[in-house]
Design a binder for this molecule. Structure first.
Ligand code: ACO
Length: 375
C-alpha cells in the first residue's frame, strides 16, 4: 500500500474577459485607488455566457491530466469544491466527470466556501493514503460573477471567476500532502451567505426582489475573523507536519485581501515574500484562488523540488483550514504522441456522453418517459 499522496498534475482555466477597477468604477460608486488600497485587487476575470463553473472546471481538469501519466479513465474520485455550483443538484463534479470521460470515478461537490479546496485536497489525500483509491482529481471552480450583486460596491469589487485543478496520485516516495487542519464555526453563518434558493428560502419573486439570491456579506466581521484564523491554522498544520514555522518555504493563502495576508504574515513573523499572492489579477475566486496562485508559482519556477508549502484558507460557514505539503517535482514527461492519444480520448468522452443521451431518449420514447427531465 502506498503511504503518500502527491500532486502530479495541475491546471487552471480563467475567462478572457478582464474587468478592471476603472471599468467597475463606471458601474458602482468606487475608485481604483479605494479598491487597491483596501484590498490589493486591480482586476478580475468574468465568465462569458457560454462558460460556467462546470466548463471552467473541465478545462482546468484536462490541463492537469495532460501533465500526468494517467488519463481521465484512471481516475477513482473527483471532488469539486465550489461556492457557485452549476445547480443545487446534480453535483457539478458529475458534469465534469461526464465531460472529461472519467468513467470509473465517483464524483461529488464539496461546499465549504473558500476553504473548500483545502478540505477537498485533504479528503482526496486521505482516501489515497488509506489505500482505498489511487488517483483523484480535486477542483476548485467558480463563476461568482453570477452571484454578485452588481449594485453593492462593498462586495462586487471583490469577486472573480476561474478554476484550478490538481491530480493526486498514490506513491511510495515520501512527501506530498503531510497534514491538514479543518475547522468550522456555524455561529457565523450569517456573516457571508447567499440566503435564497435553498430549502429555507426557496426561490420566489419576493426573495429576488430582496436580492436574497445574491451574495450578502458583513465585510468587517469577515475581515476580523480571517485575520484571527489564518496564522493559527498555518501554525497548527506546520506543527502536525513536524515543521517550525520558519521551515515553511511558501504559504499559499486564500486570495481575498492583501491586508488579511499581511496580517497573517505579521502573526506568523514570516516575511511577506514567503506568501504567494496574485489576487491583484483575479480578485477573490473562492475555491479557485489557492490553486490559481499555486499553479502560477509552479509554472514560474518559484516553487522548487523539496519546498515546504502551507496552503491556508477561510470562508463562509464559517470555515477555515490549512494543509502542509512537501513539493516533489513529478518526473513524468508526456510525449507528443501521448498528447494526441489524450485528445482523441477527450473527443471519445464527448461522443460517449452524446450517445448515452441519445440512448436514453430512445429508451424514453419506447417506455413513454421521454418528457421527464430537462436539458
Ligand atoms: N468603494 C468606495 N467606498 C467603499 C466601497 C467601495 N467599493 N465599499 C465600501 N466603501 C465605503 C463604505 O461605505 C464605508 O463608508 P462609510 O465609512 O462612509 O460608511 C467605508 O468605505 C469603509 O467601509 P468598510 O466596510 O469599513 O471598509 P473596509 O476597510 O472594511 O473594507 C472590505 C471592506 C474590503 C470588504 C473588507 O472588509 C474585507 O476585505 N473583508 C473581508 C471580505 C472577504 O474576504 N470576504 C470573502 C471571504 S471568502 C468566501 O467565503 C467567499
Amino acid at each position: 500500500m502506498s503511504l503518500y499522496a502527491h500532486v502530479t498534475g495541475w491546471g487552471i482555466a480563467v475567462p478572457d474577459e478582464i474587468l478592471t477597477n476603472e471599468k467597475l468604477a463606471q458601474i458602482v460608486e468606487t475608485s481604483d485607488e479605494w479598491i487597491v488600497s483596501r484590498t490589493g485587487i486591480r482586476e478580475r476575470r468574468i465568465a462569458r455566457k457560454d462558460q460556467s463553473t462546470a466548463t471552467l472546471a473541465a478545462d482546468a481538469a484536462r490541463k492537469a491530466l495532460e501533465r500526468t501519466e494517467i488519463d481521465a479513465r484512471d481516475l477513482d474520485l473527483i471532488i469539486l469544491a465550489t461556492s457557485s455550483p452549476e445547480h443545487i443538484f446534480p453535483a457539478t463534479a458529475c458534469l465534469v466527470q461526464d465531460s472529461i470521460g472519467a468513467i470509473k470515478a465517483g464524483a461529488f461537490d464539496l461546499s465549504a466556501a473558500c476553504t473548500g479546496f483545502i478540505f477537498a485536497l485533504n479528503m482526496a489525500a486521505q482516501a489515497i493514503r488509506s489505500g482505498s483509491i489511487e488517483n483523484a482529481l480535486v477542483i476548485g471552480s467558480e463563476t461568482l460573477s453570477r452571484l454578485v450583486n452588481w449594485d453593492d460596491r462593498s462586495t462586487c469589487i471583490l469577486f472573480g471567476d476561474g478554476a484550478g485543478a490538481f491530480v493526486l496520485q498514490a506513491s511510495d516516495e515520501p512527501g506530498g500532502i503531510l497534514s491538514a487542519v479543518m475547522r468550522s464555526d456555524g455561529s457565523g453563518g450569517n456573516l457571508l451567505s447567499v440566503p435564497a434558493g435553498g430549502s429555507k428560502i426557496p426561490t420566489s419573486h419576493e426573495a429576488i426582489d430582496k436580492n436574497q439570491h445574491l451574495i450578502q456579506m458583513n465585510g468587517r466581521e469577515v475581515f476580523r475573523f480571517a485575520t484571527r484564523v489564518m496564522a493559527s491554522a498555518t501554525r497548527d498544520t506546520a506543527a502536525h507536519a513536524g515543521w517550525d514555522v520558519e521551515e515553511i518555504d511558501y504559504v499559499i493563502p486564500h486570495q481575498a485581501n492583501q491586508r488579511i495576508i499581511e496580517a497573517a504574515a505579521r502573526g506568523l513573523r514570516l516575511p511577506i515574500d514567503r506568501f504567494i499572492v496574485n489576487l491583484e489579477k483575479y480578485g477573490n475566486t473562492s475555491t479557485a484562488s489557492i490553486p490559481l496562485a499555486m499553479v502560477e508559482a509552479l509554472d514560474n519556477g518559484q516553487i522548487k523540488d523539496g519546498s515546504n508549502l502551507v496552503l491556508v484558507g477561510f470562508g463562509a460557514g464559517l470555515t477555515w483550514g490549512a494543509l502542509s505539503m512537501r513539493w516533489i517535482e513529478p518526473k513524468v514527461k508526456v510525449t507528443r504522441l501521448e498528447r494526441r492519444r489524450r485528445s482523441l480520448l477527450t473527443w471519445l468522452a464527448r461522443m460517449r456522453s452524446f450517445l448515452r443521451r441519445v440512448q436514453r431518449r430512445i429508451e424514453g420514447l419506447i417506455w413513454g418517459t421521454s418528457s421527464k427531465g430537462q436539458e
